[in-house]
Design a protein around this ligand. Structure first.
Ligand code: ADE
Ligand code: ZN
Length: 326
């Protein structure tokens, strides 16, 4: 339709994307076969039939199972390249991608194997079509802070390859304050800081991420609507929220897209951005997220442009590069 055609012409960012969440069903199956790993699914149809989630944890169970098929440099190269090709197709000129080494470590995958595949794809995309990419070292909050700190240390050798650290996985029961030392250590190393907060967890977790972790940006953050003082603070500071509409509906954060509060946040002056989170599992990449909001909430062109502009503002691009798009 016309909105979709128009949207494709506008350069966009994506700031909240778990690379493992872009693993397509056909690749999950072919890599499982390649490495002789048993999966409880025999076909693309069977994998996709499992994309029925009742909450974040029910999704994470499938997400980590899927990611367990990634083993060698070639696998990581293709995973990254598949997503970067989508960026080219959807006019996502700058993306910041979360990668999660703690997911692969139990399978004997070294940091250097993973990084070799990822950076080969990134270098190619930068060279071939000028793709701009930032990598975010995303740590898993269901594991210990000690495990995260060890991963941060393992990343020291690759420090220049990352723009930021992040915090993902099961939110309830794993509050930001569990990771105060991790964030202090990352800050000392010069990383920018992001964290998931206020997806399933309460508004207080957003406050914790801001005050205890001193994050530059909040992933999700939609539960801020429960706390007017927090809303006012986010509007005033313009600390960005990377909101993921299709994810929120699939993980039952909102019952229907028509219930999504993203436009209220935009209206209140918060720096909200649109992102896909785990596009292979949630029924669409970035453009499909905008399109779903257009259909369900009447998201119009000027609101779309405001969200896209917020994406550049919220990015970790240099001020000079931001100016090219703002
Ligand atoms: N890991 C991948 N997707 C996630 C999400 N939506 N929330 C928390 N952790 C995640
Ligand atoms: Zn996420």
């Amino acid at each position: 339709d016309q909105y979709a055609e128009w949207l494709a012409t506008i350069p966009k960012t994506e700031l909240h994307l778990h690379l493992d969440g872009s693993l397509q069903a056909h690749r999950m199956l072919s890599l499982a076969a390649k490495h002789g790993i048993g999966l409880p699914y025999a076909s693309v149809g069977e994998v996709e039939a499992a994309y029925q989630f009742k909450n974040l944890q029910s999704f994470l169970d499938l997400y980590y199972l899927g990611a367990s098929v990634l083993r060698d440099e070639e696998d990581f190269y293709h995973l990254m390249m598949d997503y970067l090709l989508v960026c080219r197709e959807q006019n996502i000129v700058h993306c910041e991608i979360m990668i999660e080494p703690q997911t692969y470590a139990p399978n004997g995958v070294s940091f250097s194997t993973m990084m070799a595949g990822f950076t080969r794809a990134v270098d190619e995309a930068e060279h071939d079509w000028g793709q701009s990419v930032g990598l975010i070292l995303s740590l898993l909050r269901h594991l210990s802070e000690e495990d995260a700190l060890q991963t941060l240390t393992a990343a020291d050798e690759f420090r220049d390859q990352f723009v930021a650290i992040g915090l993902a996985s099961a939110e309830l029961g794993n509050p930001p304050e569990k990771f105060v030392r991790l964030y202090a250590a990352a800050r000392e190393r010069g990383y920018r800081l992001v964290a998931h907060a206020g997806e399933e967890g309460p508004a207080d977790y957003i406050w914790q991420a801001l005050k205890r972790l001193q994050v530059d940006r909040i992933d999700h953050g939609v539960r801020c609507v429960d706390d007017p003082e927090l809303m006012a603070h986010l509007a005033e500071t313009r600390i960005p929220l990377t909101v993921c509409p299709l994810s929120n509906v699939r993980l039952r954060v909102f019952e229907r897209m028509a219930d999504h509060t993203l436009l209220q946040l935009l209206e209140k002056g918060l720096c909200v951005t649109v992102n896909s989170d785990d596009p292979a599992y949630f029924g669409g990449y970035l453009s499909e997220n905008y399109h779903a909001m257009h259909v369900a909430l009447g998201l119009d062109r000027s609101q779309t442009l405001a969200l896209i502009r917020n994406g550049f503002e919220a990015s970790f691009l240099s001020d000079q590069k931001k100016q090219m798009y703002l």
